[in-house]
Design a protein around this ligand. Structure first.
Ligand code: CYT
Length: 160
């Protein structure tokens, strides 16, 4: 698929949530779950600052959908996210049976930004969604978000 004006509106919200995460001392990731009619069903941002490194918004969304949406309805739901799902969240998304993912910035971009900032690599291999869940439709990255999201990572890591 291509990225529509409605997709961009949801990605804008994801980046707003990523900004709120940094303001709260968390890492700059925000995500939104959207129904087939365009309704926002759930949104969250990263919440790892208290010491639980699994508190990614994409995992929270997959768990919420698994608990609240009938299995047959999940593939029609889209997850928007400011940064491409990690391997943990790609797996949870796929096991939960959710549908399309649209990401503003990619895992290779994140890896390059961490290297530029002199940060250690993440403890989980930087796999693409397409490697973990090859059947999922995905779109992204959207170049217009790169500088804003890169700056959020820089801000988060200089505030820490
Ligand atoms: N895509 C993501 C990577 C890392 N942390 C997150 O919360 N989300």
């Amino acid at each position: 698929m291509t990225v529509s004006a409605e997709d961009l509106r949801h990605l804008d919200r994801c980046v707003e949530l990523a900004e709120a995460a940094v303001d709260a001392g968390d890492e700059p990731f925000g995500s939104v779950l959207v129904g087939p009619d365009g309704a926002v069903l759930m949104e969250d941002h990263n919440r790892v600052s208290a010491g639980d490194g699994t508190r990614h918004p994409e995992l929270a969304i997959a768990l919420w959908a698994a608990a609240n949406v009938p299995p047959a309805d999940r593939a029609a739901l889209t997850v928007y996210t400011s940064g491409e799902h990690c391997a943990m969240c790609s797996a949870a998304h796929a096991w939960a049976g959710l549908g399309r993912i649209v990401f503003a910035t990619s895992t290779p971009q994140l890896v390059a930004w961490y290297a530029d900032l002199g940060l250690p690599a993440a403890p989980v291999a930087a796999l693409r969604i397409s490697e973990v869940a090859p059947g999922l439709p995905t779109d992204g990255p959207v170049d217009a978000y790169a500088e804003r999201v890169r700056a959020l990572h820089a801000r988060h890591h200089t505030l820490m």
